[in-house]
Design a protein around this ligand. Structure first.
Ligand code: URA
Length: 266
């Protein structure tokens, strides 16, 4: 049967599937499902293939490791940021790694006075292997540029260092679950210790849950706290600001509070 889809509709349908999280075509050649009704009806049902994660030889079950203990041990052994990235690369317990194209470790200047901690990579970040490069990232860059900070700057007082609680993209950009956050927390604690910023900015609820042990960004934002042994400022996530532009007013107040703290005025 001829497809009734116009090229434009087919493209729109493809874009929609990509937006939903599809990252691969299932087969190399297109399948005309209308041409196979009889065969499909009579073909014996195939056993459901095991999920990719089940093929991974090193799992908590096979290694006997508790994921959080294993993360604590692996991250404690890393004495440089490169070693920490390598430790994450071989950490076997987080199933998200199987669905991600890239490990998204960090961007910007290690040693910057301000370290921004986001949630998890999205589609663009997964493709590029760098945090905050999509629409939310572009807003983040504009927000911090407004107070004179940028990830491309080369001096610690003008620069940003940016990382995420989760270094792998969750499928369909779902929120990371409590187990995933708990097993990544030791890595982030070590990441902060090695990058050694003066201040961490916790972007959104997931970042607050990892850093402060609680959510509720609407109440937490703008109130200085302590996370990973550093002064911490919770802020609205730029993705939230894209959906709720009215909240940019509060975000601006938080940026000014950050600037004042950096210049010794608060
Ligand atoms: N949102 C995040 O929290 N981090 C990214 O890297 C991109 C979007």
């Amino acid at each position: 049967m001829e497809s009734t889809l116009t090229p434009e509709a087919a493209l729109a349908s493809l874009a929609w599937q990509i937006e939903l999280g599809a990252t691969e075509a299932i087969g190399d050649a297109p399948v005309d499902r209308y041409a196979l009704p009889d065969r499909q009806a009579t073909t014996p049902k195939q056993a459901t293939p095991a999920p990719a994660a089940a093929a991974e030889p090193r799992t908590p079950e096979t290694t006997g490791d508790d994921p959080v203990t294993a993360a604590t041990t692996a991250s404690a052994g890393a004495t440089t940021l490169d070693a920490l990235r390598a430790a994450l690369g071989t950490y076997p317990h987080c199933a998200l790694r199987h669905g991600a194209r890239n490990l998204v470790f960090a961007d910007g200047l290690p040693g910057a006075r301000v370290m921004v901690i986001g949630e998890a990579p999205g589609r663009e970040e997964d493709i590029e292997g760098r945090p905050f490069v999509g629409r939310a990232g572009q807003l983040l860059d504009r927000m911090f540029a407004a107070i004179g900070l940028g990830r491309g700057a080369t001096t610690p007082q003008d620069a940003l260092y940016i990382a995420n609680v989760l270094p792998w993209r969750p499928p369909q950009n779902r929120d990371p679950n409590a187990d995933e956050i708990a097993m990544m927390r030791p890595f982030m604690a070590r990441h902060v210790a090695l990058a050694n910023p003066d201040i961490v900015v916790l972007m959104g609820n997931i970042s607050c849950e990892a850093g402060l042990g609680r959510r509720g960004i609407t109440r937490l934002r703008g109130h200085w706290a302590e996370a990973y042994g550093k002064p911490a400022l919770p802020m609205f996530h730029p993705a939230y600001l894209l959906r709720n532009p009215a909240a940019k007013r509060e975000a601006w107040a938080d940026l000014l509070a950050l600037k004042a703290r950096l210049t010794g005025g608060a």
